[in-house]
Write a protein that binds this ligand. Structure first.
Ligand SMILES: [Zn+2]
Length: 93
């Protein structure tokens, strides 16, 4: 794993920890940083990162807290408090 990928992992952990403390602005800050590192290094963000972050408002999503999870037509649909949806196939978890 290269340095940039490690940095993204670390920022992901920090975002998750901040969200767990209901520090959502801090979580967003880490999410944005991680996105920037990925962009600059032309890396794809890890699947779990993409699933648990909102594309619209950069929130770190915590089902039951700031996000709702539904199963619909074989898809998992995660709805952020801002109203944006993330959808992915159920089998593909
Ligand atoms: Zn959102």
């Amino acid at each position: 794993m290269d340095v940039a990928a490690e940095r993204i992992e670390r920022l992901h952990d920090l975002a998750r920890a901040a969200a767990a403390d209901d520090e959502h602005d801090r979580a967003r800050y880490y999410v944005r940083l991680a996105r920037r590192v990925a962009e600059r290094n032309r890396l794809t963000l890890p699947r779990t990162f993409r699933r648990f972050t909102c594309d619209r408002c950069d929130a770190y999503l915590r089902p039951g807290r700031n996000a709702r999870v539904r199963l619909q037509d074989g898809h998992v649909v995660i709805t952020c408090d801002c109203g944006a949806h993330t959808r992915y196939p159920y089998e593909d978890q």
